[in-house]
Structure formats: structure tokens, C-alpha cells
Design a protein around this ligand. Structure first.
Ligand code: 5GP
Length: 113
């Protein structure tokens, strides 16, 4: 099986600016930030997209969100932030390894594009 780009970051084959790591999750800065703060939070266990999750994955997906809030606290995003999961082609998903985008550091428009 070919590794996803994000598995290669987990395995340190591709460098990234890592902000948080534990046994289940890695958080690192996005290479092409869409806001002053743009962090990706990923599970170490590969799951291609959120629509593939089963009830067994619920604790892991919940942990992803908790880590995102913890990173937001560490980065001082007291004014708010947005957590986004792009699921599939229409949503613009480009990397098929589940990831939560943490976006902040500026006022974010709504609706998104
Ligand atoms: P998606 O479009 O799948 O929701 O988000 C994938 C994200 O991965 C994009 O925001 C893109 O900028 C980011 N990305 C793609 N390649 C790399 C990389 O090599 N390193 C890092 N840190 N981020 C990447």
C-alpha cells in the first residue's frame, strides 16, 4: 500500500512544523496557509475521509477535535477560530487521509467558498 502524504509526515519522511503529538494524533502547520493560523490535525491511523468513519472511530475523531481546541488555546486564538473537514471532491478534499483544519488569527467570512 502506498503511504499517504500525511503518513509520510507522521513517519518523518517529509518535514513539517509539528505543534502537537501524542500516540493517536499529530498536528502541524499547513504548508499553504489560508489564515494566519492554519493547522492540520490528523489521526496516525489512516482513515481516508470522514464519511468512512464507523462508530468505532468516534473516540478518535472526538480526540482530533479536542486536540484542535488545545492547539488553538496554545496559539492564543481567544477571539475564535474555525474547524473544518473537507469531505470528498465537491468539498475540495485533496489529501485522502482524514484531517481537521484549524483556521484562525483573522475574521473568517461566512459562507465559505
Ligand atoms: P484538503 O484540501 O484535503 O482538505 O487539505 C489538504 C491540506 O494539506 C491543504 O490545505 C494543503 O495545503 C495541505 N498540504 C498539502 N501538502 C502538504 C505538505 O506537504 N505539508 C503540509 N504541512 N501541508 C500540506
Amino acid at each position: 500500500m502506498t503511504k499517504t502524504l500525511f503518513e509520510r509526515i507522521i513517519d518523518r519522511e517529509i518535514s513539517a512544523d509539528i505543534l502537537y503529538e501524542d500516540e493517536r494524533v499529530l498536528a502541524f502547520r499547513d504548508i499553504n496557509p489560508q489564515a494566519p493560523v492554519h493547522v492540520l490535525v490528523i489521526p496516525k491511523q489512516p482513515l481516508a475521509q470522514v464519511e468512512h468513519m464507523t462508530p468505532t472511530d468516534s473516540p478518535l475523531v472526538g480526540h482530533l477535535f479536542w486536540v484542535a481546541t488545545e492547539v488553538a488555546r496554545q496559539l492564543g486564538l481567544t477571539g475564535g477560530y474555525r474547524l473544518v473537514i473537507n469531505n470528498g471532491v465537491d468539498a475540495g478534499q485533496t489529501v485522502y487521509h482524514l484531517h481537521v483544519h484549524l483556521l484562525g488569527g483573522r475574521v473568517l467570512g461566512w459562507p465559505p467558498g
